[in-house]
Design a protein around this ligand. Structure first.
Ligand code: ARG
Length: 372
């Protein structure tokens, strides 16, 4: 076991352009590979997207997951279902496809990993479809007079965009109001869509031993479908390529506990009867633990797949071993991989990591409305 808590060294020079098609070797061999590389190179040189087959696109999506330095859940990268929707470039078409994505991903609580790839720009850098939301599910954040936020502060800017586009917030704005989708086709204005009530599954939080917990009225949605990252694969950018895995419990606990999010630890600590006058009572740690217990318990009781951070750490170590056997280095960011609860009790905390540029991969992009 190696103690290396701050090994977050990065080597982020982008991969050379020639590497961007290297993943095709995992789909083809011999002359077939050389032909496919030549065809893709020619298309890229002409300024267009690489004309990947659906099988190649599937592999690109899986390898992007396998490569992504911030994800602890990569053991399951081969199970990703990739939906080839590259012919879709209108808001209506995207909304219909996203509804299917949700149905497939939620799968009665089993939670399947799914990615949907919409049309890339016709020419590199040109207009492409975008989804304005951070995720398909997200709770509105309403900034009131005086600056206090009701709901999720993370979504204040998106909530303002939705309101400006004509979204009507519930008459009585709540802490957990699901936001509408804002979807823009390649050409044409962003369109608002309110998913039908009940379509996006949510879990009400309760605690196995603390009956009052349920009365806090806390909830979270079942599946995180990330919609604002750009997929870069085979020299081509896909600004709309939403994907989902399943939650790790600490992600939800942090959303509810972080001071710049729901900031609920003082409330939970008070309910637990803890003394908040001194840091030395460790009231934050105790409140955070009970919140994590409630998240893991509630998802389990509702039959919605969610991994606890101990299991996720074991799975990540197994992933690293498998990658080593396959002759591949793992790019990983220690500060993202290590769970935020009891980190030193997990093996990943004691494992040095290095981040380096990979392809295919997912990348941050400016908010869609910043180009409007
Ligand atoms: N951390 C994000 C959230 O709390 C979700 C990111 C993706 N997570 C995942 N388990 N696939 O909503």
């Amino acid at each position: 076991m190696l103690g290396c808590p701050f090994s977050t060294a990065t080597d982020q020079t982008p991969p050379p352009a020639s590497d961007e098609l290297a993943f095709l070797a995992e789909v083809h061999s011999g002359a077939g590979l050389a032909d496919r590389i030549a065809v893709c190179r020619a298309a890229l040189a002409a300024g267009g997207p690489a004309p990947l087959t659906s099988a190649e696109l599937t592999w690109a999506g899986r390898v992007a997951w396998r490569n992504h330095a911030r994800c602890i859940g990569r053991l399951y990268w081969r199970t990703l279902a990739v939906r080839d929707e590259r012919t879709i470039d209108t808001a209506d078409g995207m909304i219909a496809s996203l509804l299917d994505h949700v149905a497939l991903a939620q799968a009665d609580g089993t939670v399947r990993s799914v990615m949907t790839v919409f049309a890339p720009p016709e020419r590199a850098g040109g207009p492409a479809p975008r989804i304005w939301n951070h995720q398909l599910c997200g709770y509105a954040g309403y900034r009131g007079r005086g600056g206090a936020v009701r709901g999720d502060p993370k979504n204040v800017a998106l909530t303002e965009q939705a309101l400006a586009l004509g979204w009507e917030a519930p008459a009585e704005p709540g802490a957990f109001d699901l936001l509408p989708w804002i979807v823009a086709g390649r050409n044409g204005p962003p369109q608002l869509f309110r998913p039908p009530a009940g379509l996006l599954r949510e879990v009400g939080l309760r605690h196995p031993d603390l009956p009052w917990f349920e009365g806090l009225g806390l909830r979270w949605y079942a599946v995180p479908v990330v919609t604002d990252l750009r997929l870069r694969a085979a020299g081509t950018d896909y600004p709309a390529a939403p994907f989902n895995g399943w939650y790790m419990g600490t992600e939800i606990a942090r959303n509810l506990a972080d001071t710049e999010r729901y900031n609920l630890l003082p409330l939970i600590a008070d309910k637990l009867g803890l003394d908040r006058r001194s840091e030395r009572t460790l009231w934050k740690d105790r409140a955070l633990l009970e919140l994590n217990v409630a998240v893991v318990h509630s998802f389990g009781a509702d039959g919605v797949r969610l991994v606890d951070h101990h299991t996720a750490s074991v799975e990540f170590m197994k992933f690293c071993e498998r990658e080593k056997s396959a002759g591949r280095d793992v790019s990983a960011r220690w500060d993202w991989i290590v769970p935020p609860m009891s980190p030193s009790t997990t093996q990943v905390f004691h494992t040095p990591m290095r981040e380096f540029a990979t392809t295919p991969d997912f990348h941050a992009q400016p908010p869609a409305w910043s180009r409007e």
